[in-house]
Design a protein around this ligand. Structure first.
Ligand code: NAP
Length: 293
């Protein structure tokens, strides 16, 4: 008998990401049931061996785990909160993007209805799903994650962050902050250099080296933040603030946007005014860690 012993899985939501998730499960040999509001989006997956469930309830009953990947949490509630849907005894993994409060609320909501709930965040684009490059973060009850980890491995590099359901979303937005900050810093430098005829491709390798070098500082700076002590081992914040002034002056002189460096300098100036000028750069965590007065 040629019986498939892989975990049966369900994917609800077959947009660009949901189709990639279901496709990766199929490729790994999992019996895969799918459901989508617009059923035609399942055609290719069905041709590849997926089963299209007629209803959300049927889809939930088919899998040992159900991945939900729709536009937003509102869509998830619309789908799973319908009167004919019974969540009791189901194992949900919500990979829909949202914030940490939404994740914690959804966990309470699902658990009240008898479901087990993990929240997740996908740090990848659809073509990467099914490869080690696709990092997928999970938070919620650890035993549930560990039981599902072998099946989830079909999707990429799956990581467990902790019992707090909000953690996956928090890491997700923290990663976005990192990504945009690196890109924005590069764009600022590129705009400056273009005024002297240096094209973006010429600056990119140089910028990459700087970004990689700065990334090396993170573990040591993290120790300063965690210990709450910021001795100026390589440079004091007031020295950095003077360099920020040069960046602003240079930008203005050559007609480049100076909003971003001005914003960061204003934060550094507040920190210096609060008496931290002689400390090292990560002391700015105190400015980042509170709302603007
Ligand atoms: N694409 C990416 O690169 C990427 C990366 C990381 C995370 N994500 C996250 O993954 C989630 C899905 O993204 P996507 O790229 O797959 O988006 P998408 O292509 O726009 O697909 C959206 C999906 O949500 C469904 N949907 C929306 N509102 C619904 C409702 N009220 N009831 C039922 N179904 C509803 C759509 O159904 P219909 O087909 O019927 O419209 C479709 O299946 C989002 O939260 C996104 O932030 C995406």
């Amino acid at each position: 008998m040629n019986e498939n012993t892989e975990t049966p899985v369900t994917v609800i939501g077959l947009g660009l990401m949901g189709r990639a998730l279901a496709g990766a499960f199929l490729k790994a040999g999992h019996p895969t049931t799918v459901w989508n509001r617009t059923p035609a989006k399942a055609d290719q997956l069905v041709a590849e061996g997926a089963r299209l469930a007629p209803t959300v309830g049927d889809a939930l009953a088919a899998g040992a785990l159900t991945i939900v990947c729709v536009t937003d949490y509102r869509a998830m509630y619309e789908l799973l909160g319908a009167s004919d849907v019974d969540l009791d005894g189901t194992q949900l993994i919500n990979l829909t993007s949202g914030d940490s409060a939404q994740a914690r609320e959804a966990a309470r909501w699902a658990e009240q209805r008898g479901a087990r709930y993990l929240d997740g965040a996908i740090m990848a684009i659809p073509p990467a799903i099914g490869t080690a490059e696709a990092v997928i973060l999970h938070s919620g009850p650890q035993p549930d994650f560990e039981a599902l980890e072998p099946a989830l491995g079909a999707l990429g590099t799956v990581t467990y962050l902790g019992a707090d359901h909000g953690l996956a979303s928090l890491y997700d937005v923290a990663g976005l902050a990192m990504m945009w900050s690196v890109l924005n810093a590069w764009l600022q430098g590129t705009a400056l250099l273009r005024t002297a005829g240096v094209d973006a491709a010429t600056y990119a390798p140089f910028a990459r080296q700087i970004a990689a070098g700065v990334a090396e500082w993170l573990p040591g700076y993290a120790e300063q933040i965690d210990s709450g002590s910021f001795p100026a081992e390589v440079s004091a914040l007031e020295t950095d603030a003077r360099a920020m002034a040069h960046l602003i002056e240079e930008s203005e002189a050559v007609g480049v946007n100076a909003e971003l460096p001005k914003l960061i300098k204003a934060m550094a100036d507040r920190s210096i005014a609060a008496g931290h000028g002689g400390e090292q750069y990560p002391v700015l965590i105190e400015e980042f860690g509170k709302p603007r007065d």
